[in-house]
Write a protein that binds this ligand. Structure first.
Ligand code: SAM
Length: 468
């Protein structure tokens, strides 16, 4: 993208916001290539080929160039997430401000960059409700959450109003709001084409409505993290100021490294704490964040349990096949339940919350789907293969070379080595689970989800390694 192609109204806005010198540096930065960065899944990957770390995320790295992630089996195994660096600030904020087990809502979560970061940042015992209002995007979110492998999460496809009126109260609400996307101009030409001077006004109104819709489900003393990938004041400082006026929200300060070059509040007279990432100052795309606290006495204890005795156990009361327990590590610490044909496992302490979520929201997944019941059989689920709950000793394993791993991810048939027993086999690449096959002796039926398969016909000439 050339800065020359930007709308005049946008360049005028930025000149007014930044002044002459900064404006020039900003425009030059827009003519550079967007940096490529990945965040490692600390449960699955140890090291990264990138040598320079993202300053605010100690397990994220810049890569020298953009490899074909589609053809990296470890990408599909959930070993890392491709995320632009500025957005990783949300995980940093969680690490700094959330120190006890918490119930967290990520309201606008698809495709899942911040959700997967937050899952790693939260203290042990926490639970994340990762929501996306648009159905097709919620499915992508669900795929990315499944690949990440955490069990302390539910993916929902509900509207902000549903949460506000639910009676379920959250310690932290993250609103990574739909915005005019100015910060994505360098990466995404479509966001330039969609931008107009009126878009900031429209988005600002929608952002306030989203926050107003969920404000009631934030506990007194709770934290709301608000972020956009845009620069203008209407969608950032104005929204933060509005939260203070409308709800008495208190600005929260975040301590940051002085050499990170993060910008601050650009609105004269505004008391909001605003953290603004700009491409000429920080190595990442445009991103702006402010955090506020709801006034009132914090609710005591850090429990994520929901109030309400004798909660109805919907399909959870149906018989769970014993095999599901055998396939998980520490099954005594898990609650198993059946929903439709699927058998799920979730941490015991989160089971009442999970049941409450099923009553109130459109839940796409909760905890880990262990298997699908087909007649009297239980077929191990893809999410079990990728999860931290799987007991690998319960399955025969077959290590695939690179070509077979790509074949598996294209959902093609495989022929496994002699000696691999019949039945369900966990296939791995470099020791990381990719999924299951059903081994029939002479061939193996590929159980990789059809909707996830690599569709591109391209054949890479070599494997470009991102992590191990
Ligand atoms: N947090 C995501 C991540 O890190 O991958 C990115 C979220 S994106 C900036 C904003 C999301 O808000 C989109 O997925 C969009 O579908 C959703 N959205 C759009 N309109 C909305 C509305 N009225 N209420 C809630 N969410 C909305």
């Amino acid at each position: 993208m050339s800065a020359m192609n930007l709308p005049d109204d946008f360049t005028r806005q930025m000149y007014a916001l930044l002044g002459e010198n900064e404006y020039k540096a900003f425009m030059e930065a827009l003519d550079e290539n967007a940096p490529v960065s990945v965040r490692l899944n600390k449960w699955k990957a140890g090291t990264c080929s990138g040598s320079r770390r993202v300053a605010w995320c100690d397990h994220a790295y810049y890569l020298g160039e953009r490899p074909s992630f589609t053809f990296d089996p470890l990408f599909h195994a959930g070993c890392y997430y491709v995320q632009e660096a500025s957005s990783m600030f949300v995980g940093y904020v969680i690490r700094q401000l959330v120190s006890r087990p918490s119930l967290v809502l990520d309201l606008c979560a698809a495709p899942g960059g911040k959700t997967t970061d937050v899952l790693d940042a939260l203290p042990e015992g926490s639970f994340l409700v990762s929501n996306e209002v648009i159905k097709s995007r919620a499915r992508v979110l669900s795929e990315n959450v499944t690949k990440w492998g955490a069990a302390n999460v539910a993916v929902t496809n509900s509207s902000p109003e549903d949460f506000g009126g639910s009676g379920i109260m959250f310690d932290v609400v993250i609103v990574d709001a739909p915005c005019s996307g100015e910060g994505m101009f360098r990466k995404d030409a479509a966001s330039v084409a969609e931008w107009s001077p009126a878009s900031a006004d429209y988005c600002s109104g929608r952002q306030k409505k989203i926050i107003a819709d969920v404000w009631d489900c934030l506990k007194p003393g709770g934290l709301l993290i608000y972020s956009t990938c845009t620069y203008n004041i209407k969608e950032n400082e104005d929204v933060a100021d509005w939260m203070a006026e409308e709800f008495g929200a208190e600005p929260v300060e975040i301590s940051v490294g002085p050499d990170w070059n993060i910008g601050g509040n650009l609105k004269p007279g505004s008391a909001a704490n605003v953290y603004r990432f700009m491409p000429h100052r920080t190595k990442g795309e445009g991103f702006t964040l402010s955090a506020v606290r709801k006034t009132g006495e914090p609710v005591s204890g850090g429990s994520v349990r929901v109030p309400g005795k004798g909660r109805k156990r919907d399909s959870g009361s149906r018989a769970v096949p014993g095999m599901a327990r055998d396939w998980c590590v520490a099954p005594e610490r898990l609650d198993f339940f059946v929903s439709g044909n699927s058998v799920y496992a979730i941490g015991r302490e989160h089971a009442p919350l999970a049941a409450a979520l099923r009553e109130k929201f459109n839940v796409l997944q909760q905890g880990i789907c262990v298997g699908e019941q087909k007649g009297r059989d239980l077929i191990p689920a893809q999410s079990l293969a990728l999860s931290r709950l799987i007991d690998r000793n319960a399955f025969a394993c077959a290590e695939l070379d690179y070509d077979d791993a790509v074949r598996y991810l294209r959902k093609e048939g495989l022929v496994l080595d002699d000696g691999v027993p019949g039945g369900f086999v966990l296939v791995t690449f470099e020791g990381k689970p990719l999924g299951f096959v059903k081994h029939l002796g002479t061939r193996a039926n590929n159980l990789y989800p059809a909707e996830w398969k690599i569709k591109s016909g391209f054949v890479p000439s070599e494997y470009v390694r991102v992590c191990r």
